[in-house]
Design a protein around this ligand. Structure first.
Ligand code: ATP
Ligand code: MG
Length: 247
């Protein structure tokens, strides 16, 4: 287990990491099956968890889905935190990893990502990458998972998500992993999810009981490519504090 988090620090709702055989965890198996059934072309499948607005369960679902897929020891599963907006309820918060200040997506994009496979450009010249894959992809063997957190804060999420370096990061993930699960920012609040759509094979859209209105859902779906929506998940989200998360 990482020195920064362990089973005691994890959010108790991460049922697929804490109690994978419990009834609560089994609910994610259906989602796992849907993802495992996505036809593979070349490399791993990229699946993003989306929702119309904030606090609808994207991060929790992304981690639990990744945990469910990782139950198969033969599967290589990566979770990438591509919600660069959230200030609370982050991957780090869910893991309870308070002292963890990992490098991640933003660091890979800002500093330039290289690695042993793709470190040479088309002309054969060595790239000037400042940071390598191992520095942003954090392996957690206990859960059979590899995590890329959002990393350093950025004031320009749009530029990060729109960058060729992000495409490079996703392509490298596809080469190394079977399933790449993306946590994302709310669809109707930011253009981020539309921006990353080109790198995503399928989206799972969360709809939350007593929270998501039909209007919000319609607005969300209008912003998405219909063929890329794998399906809707009705999340019966119970908030500990009784409030929605705000941005
Ligand atoms: N199925 C569920 N059962 C119980 N609680 C849930 C469920 N899904 C989400 N929650 C709770 O709802 C809150 C918001 O969940 P989460 O952080 O995953 O939402 P989010 O969509 O990622 O939010 P944001 O857009 O702010 O990042 C958390 O307190 C989480 O524990
Ligand atoms: Mg979130």
């Amino acid at each position: 287990m990482s020195e920064f988090f362990n089973k005691r620090t994890l959010n108790p709702r991460l049922v697929h990491l804490l109690r994978p055989h419990s009834g609560d965890a089994q609910r994610y198996q259906r989602l796992r099956l849907a993802v495992e059934n996505i036809p593979r072309k070349t490399g791993g499948v990229v699946v993003a968890i989306a929702s119309p607005s904030s606090g609808e369960g994207k991060t929790l679902t992304a981690i639990n889905l990744a945990g469910a897929l990782a139950q198969n020891p033969a599967s290589k599963v990566m979770l990438i935190e591509l919600d660069l907006r959230s200030t609370q309820g982050t991957l780090k918060d869910y893991l309870g990893a308070r002292k963890w200040s990992p490098r991640g997506v933003v660091d890979g994009v800002v500093e330039g990502l290289g690695d042993s496979i793709a470190d040479v450009d088309a002309e054969g010249a060595a790239s000037s990458a400042q940071i390598d894959w191992q520095q942003i992809a954090h392996s957690v063997p206990e859960f059979n998972l590899t995590l890329i957190p959002s990393g350093q804060k950025t004031e320009s999420p749009y530029e990060v998500l729109n960058s060729p370096q992000l495409e490079r990061l996703i392509n490298q993930a596809r080469l190394r992993f079977d399933y790449i699960i993306l946590d994302t920012a709310p669809v109707t609040l930011y253009p981020d999810t539309q921006l990353i759509s080109r790198w995503v094979d399928q989206f799972i859209v969360l709809v939350t009981a007593g929270m998501t209105s039909r209007k919000e859902l319609a607005a969300c779906l209008d912003l998405m490519v219909p063929e890329k929506v794998l399906g809707l998940v009705f999340n019966e989200c119970q908030h500990a504090d009784g409030e929605r998360h705000g941005y």
